[in-house]
Design a protein around this ligand. Sequence first.
Ligand code: HPA
Ligand code: ZN
Length: 334
Amino acid sequence: MEPCSFIYRLPKAELHLHLEGTVTPETLVELSMRHDASPLDLAQARALYRYTDFSGFLMAFKAVSEHLRTAEDYELITWSMLESLARQGVVHAEVYVSVGVVYYWRRCEFEPLFGGMERARARAESELGISVYWIFDAVRHFGPEEAAPVFRKAAQLRPQFPSIIGIGIGGDERRTGAEPFRDLYAEARDAGLHLTAHAGETVGPESIWGALNIGAERLGHALSAIHDPELMDLLAERQVPLEICVSSNLRTGCCRTVEDHPLRRYFDSGLMVTLNSDDPALFESDLTDEYGLAQKRFAFTEEQLRELAANSIEASFLPAEKKVMLLRGIESLK
Ligand code: HPA
Ligand code: ZN
């Protein structure tokens, strides 16, 4: 079912979105025609997006990422992503880019590719009126040695590119927890970067404690917090923003059914919940769909959806004056 017009009109921020996960099979075919001697057809491209569990999802994410080669590719996918976000009423996005995948699998320089992303960002800011920050994401199961150049590149580029706002760790937390990244997180914070971490997506609450213990300010997924009352109290008391991604959790099998998902219980317990799409092309769900899901399957009223949108602005890394301006737009929406 189509999300209602209120959801489209609601000014909102997307805080958990992977650039590579926004690339559709159609765009992948276009990129493959640019680069491959025997390009993928649409059926072959679609086959890359099939998976049955979380490990399969990570492989699909990697398969899509491998087709991104040049600065022009990154410019195209960034522009397509931002056009889609603007159509959904997204006024600000904080987007993960998997610099870790570029370094580890492709062994190439990231800066030229980032140039393409920045061109699309600047154009979108002026033509679509959407603001964008980048979060440089490392692949946690490659370990801290591989994460170090990712975070240091963010620190090095940030003075020239203030759109680089923070760092994070994605990938497989069953293989690598947060603790090994403690020193690197401290170093990134000292460089003025914000700290995020995927945590409690595939494993228990100890992974969320681990992310908090190394200074993560915002948590991706945090599904398993529901099993730890002490952690729930702490998250509520500190108002730690949670980047909730319901469709992602259902599609990867991290959460079995909608009824099992803790979104409603988190919200009712006073946690700082935001809704996000994670990898829309891999989960076939964009941010308006996530708000629609909250409304239809979790019985969120329009006033509560407005609260979720306000949370997304408050939990962003925007400066206070811009937050106030955007929050006014949410309050005044009829
Ligand atoms: N979790 C872990 N790794 C990922 C994700 C995610 O949500 N999206 C892309 N890589
Ligand atoms: Zn994610």
